[in-house]
Design a protein. Sequence first.
Length: 430
Amino acid sequence: MATILSADWVLPVAGPPIRDGAVAIEGGRIEAVGTRDELGAGVEYAGSAIVPGFVNAHSHLEYAVYAGFGDGLEFAPWIATHIERKARIGVPEMEAIARLGAAECLASGITTVGDCSFSGATATACDELGLRAIVYIEVFSPDGTTEQMESRFRAQRERIEGSLSDRVRVGISPHSLYTATLELWREAAALYVPMATHLEESEGEHEWLRSGTGPFAAHEPFARTRLETLAAEGLLSDRLTAAHCVWVDELTIDLLAQHGVAAVHCPRSNAVLGCGIAPLRELLDGGVTVGLGTDSPASAPSFDMFEELRAALFLARARERRPEALTATEALELATIGSARALRLDDEIGSIAAGKRADLAVVSLEGSPFVPWEDPAAAVVLGGSPGRVTATLVDGEIRYERGAFDWHELRQKGAEARDRLLGMPPSRDT
Ligand SMILES: [Zn+2]
């Protein structure tokens, strides 16, 4: 028998909001969407909206406790600090951090992550906590050898094999054009798994890739791979998502659109690191599939998808100097069906429609500072917060419920791992 959830509003995203809406769930999938009158009230969420679970198309759960590292530094020394500290911890710490990250995502109504993972720990965490994920194992070219990449990918994959499933899938992430050589890109593409990368994030990266000069040159990047070369070699495809895309020009936008490469907009991360504001409208108008991602507390301060939605809306309007540059409804689409398209999971998730996976978030709007009741998308986007998420469901199962979630151990283990990252003896009780 189907489980019914109902609320003041259901926002299918696939269609207009449904007042006094209900969702019927059977066998982990959405059986029907309609009104309470049609489907029955079932479990009633008063003063609330049911939305598709957010799809966080670019994250690093393993950086959940990296808050403030290198804040205020230029991008090149920032990333150098980051790499140096990361070397101080092992897989158990990375798993502890990733668990905290996965929990914070669920608490923010996120049901899927496209996660770039240094150790693969994201897979373990998402399997345990019930979050849907594509876990892109990160590979770099410290010395340009492909054997290293292959053995690294194989070793990580083998280690996380038991955590992989239909819900938690593996991919690969050549980290960027300045850390992965053409040869590594070739090898990564030959694996025929989903791919993710970081693209045109900072001005320094842009300058290094274009002319081999600028602040990146002093840090001797591993590579200077051109996007045009990847295109010419047939290595760009719709299996690839490219996070950031801040410094893209018309030519790059054309390349992304032509080859079906999706962009992931990370407005808070780009703002915090002083990288700029991605040209969201140009990307969309240029035919690029665009999703939304929180990145991680290493740059953006949190996995809070509501803050990301607001940043996307505010910055798009500020950049374009027009209030219709991004509506609340469009922002919500970016974080749900847009991100699902970016991860090529839109047949299964990203909207509330019969036949799709029952990945849902229930957002309470009671007491919210911004409640235009007649416009629930604006109420969710402009007034929502993790504190207002009552429940998060993945495959129809409640994976997070406000007030019924044990944060204590997750936070403590995360804090211990942070001490190690900072090179401090663990200072907290175990
Ligand atoms: Zn990233």
